[in-house]
Design a protein. Structure first.
Length: 250
């Protein structure tokens, strides 16, 4: 069993018949914003949403600290992670200023699509409440996984959740989400930041990624929310099918 639900972690760890391996994860969980149609074709409104979210509260209250607030698609476990980039902290004054800048001083409404499973529903309701405090109305659309992927590929959404398991090469956490090249891609938002093809060795791609990523990933702007409102880089808690011991487990 993989990804034990946060509410079950304590009970699983207390079961003497189960060996639990609690290890850092390469995953990132996020929401993509659809740039191809209103309201999120408006940069200021994307920023307003970013400033309205309290990531620390979501990680603590929903995920019970199984994870950390994310500053982008590359998790803290990666060699390419840049700790100097802070995650976006909640600032309702800035959120309201961005609403005014975006032509919606009284707020606006949009629909958020997410999986119809308990923890996603809980998270969606928390986000709904947080954004309401900034004057933003969120309608929650609950779907199964197949529908979520279909809606994402068809850009039939305004804001949509996505949980990515992560890859050791940071290129695997970024390229397919941001590339401009048409075809099979998870770039549901329609953003066009990465305009090159990955070539050569994994190490070569990563160096290219890191150098180009830095110039396109502002350190102090909520435009880091341009593709997504980052939720968390999770920690994986796994329950082996049979009790076993890992020499690297702590």
């Amino acid at each position: 069993m993989d990804y034990v639900q946060p509410r079950d972690v304590a009970a699983v760890k207390a079961d003497k018949n189960v060996v639990v391996l609690d290890v850092p994860s390469l995953a990132d969980f996020a929401y993509q914003l659809n740039h191809t149609k209103p309201p999120f074709d408006n940069k200021a409104l994307r920023q307003a949403v970013a400033y309205s979210l309290d990531l620390e509260q979501i990680v603590k209250g929903v995920w019970l600290n199984v994870g950390v607030p994310a500053n982008g698609p590359i998790p803290p476990t990666s060699w390419a992670y840049d700790r100097s980039i802070p995650f976006i902290k909640r600032d309702l004054a800035k959120a309201k200023a961005k609403l005014a800048e975006g032509g919606k001083p009284g707020g606006f409404a949009f629909t958020m699509t997410t999986n119809n499973i308990p923890i996603n529903v809980q998270e969606a309701e928390v986000i709904q409440a947080q954004l309401a405090e900034a004057g933003i109305t969120v309608k929650i659309k609950l779907v199964d996984s197949a529908t979520l992927i279909s809606d994402g590929n068809g850009k039939n959404f305004e804001m949509i959740s996505y949980q990515w398991s992560g890859r050791p090469d940071p290129d695997g956490n970024t390229y397919q989400f941001y590339r401009t090249t048409p075809g099979t891609s998870l770039n549901w938002s329609g953003i066009s930041w990465i305009r090159w093809r990955s070539r050569g060795t994994a190490c070569g791609r990563s160096r290219c990624l890191r150098s180009r990523w830095g110039s396109r990933w502002p350190r102090s702007s909520p435009e880091r929310c341009a593709r997504a409102c980052w939720r968390r880089s999770p920690r994986t808690t796994s329950e082996p099918r049979a009790p076993r011991v890992s020499p690297t487990a702590r």
